[in-house]
Design a protein around this ligand. Structure first.
Ligand code: NAI
Length: 246
């Protein structure tokens, strides 16, 4: 059975991607931040995944921490046998206008959103190179493509993912490994619920489809990129934004 590892899968888009990949027939490794509440949420996600008749196991790790990622990748291999798909979903925001943004706000977002992608692609890439196949999908954002006021840290981290995706695609492509990203626009989750009404209204005016996207609409594109239907797609960042910018 093929195995998918999804980071930050205890809620939101990551939880939805885990369920979708379970529905597609993957055994799923559900990474969650090491806290009691994340673990409890992740357990619910695992139960939903198991209802599709696949294995679903929890793996606690702060993905900003290389040593914790290393231990997690080893544990996934031991418990589930392989890693055929990796989804780098974990992410945070710590918004603030540039002149008010602290160094801590900047560094924290870069560590979780960007360095985690280095950690995970390096570690899982090594596993996939030995297997001679695999698909990697990372969650970028339209903020990384077009910028967004108040998100210097977040847009930097997500723009980096676009470049990291292309580099990894070039390094790993000849061994049958695809590396892609998706750039969601305005998706209804806890992350966007936290935005102010002013920001929400301003953003929604620019969406051609005039509505939020759903986590399921992100999961379906990730599912495609993890499937053999996308076997000749690599190095791409696919925008899923209802036509936010054209
Ligand atoms: P969310 O806040 O609902 O979920 C984020 C998940 O990441 C949570 O499960 C959280 O526990 C986990 N996480 C955070 N830090 C972690 C760490 N250090 N180690 C392990 N796990 C960690 O956010 P949402 O909306 O589901 O976002 C998922 C991804 O999609 C993120 O990368 C986000 O930047 C991206 N995205 C979301 C958009 C949206 O509109 N919601 C738009 C564009 C991109």
């Amino acid at each position: 059975m093929a195995v998918a590892l999804i980071t930050g899968a205890s809620q939101g888009i990551g939880a939805c991607i885990a369920e979708r990949l379970a529905k597609d027939g993957f055994d799923v490794a559900i990474n969650h931040f090491p806290s009691d509440s994340d673990k409890a949420n992740a357990e619910k996600v695992a139960e939903a995944c198991r209802s599709y008749g696949v294995k679903a196991e929890l793996f606690a790790a702060n993905v900003a921490d290389y040593a914790q990622c290393e231990a997690m990748v080893k544990a996934v291999k031991e418990q589930l046998g392989s890693i055929d798909a990796l989804v780098n979903n974990a992410g945070i925001t710590k918004d603030g206008l540039l002149l008010r943004m602290s160094e801590e706000q900047y560094d924290a977002v870069i560590a979780v959103n960007q360095k985690s992608v280095f950690n995970m692609i390096k570690l899982v890439g090594a596993v996939m190179l030995r297997q001679k196949h695999g698909s990697i999908v990372s969650l970028a954002s339209v903020a990384g493509l077009y910028g967004n006021p108040g998100q210097m840290n977040y847009s930097a981290s997500k723009a980096a993912i676009v470049g990291m995706t292309k580099t990894a695609a070039k390094e790993l492509g000849s061994r049958g490994i695809t590396v892609n990203a998706v750039a969601p626009g305005f998706i209804k989750t806890a992350m966007t619920d936290a935005l102010s009404d002013d920001v929400k209204n301003a953003m929604m005016k620019q969406v051609a489809m005039g509505r939020y996207g759903t986590p399921e609409e992100i999961a379906s594109v990730v599912s495609f990129l993890c499937s053999s239907d996308a076997s000749y797609v690599t190095g791409q960042t696919i925008e899923i934004s209802g036509g936010l910018m054209m």
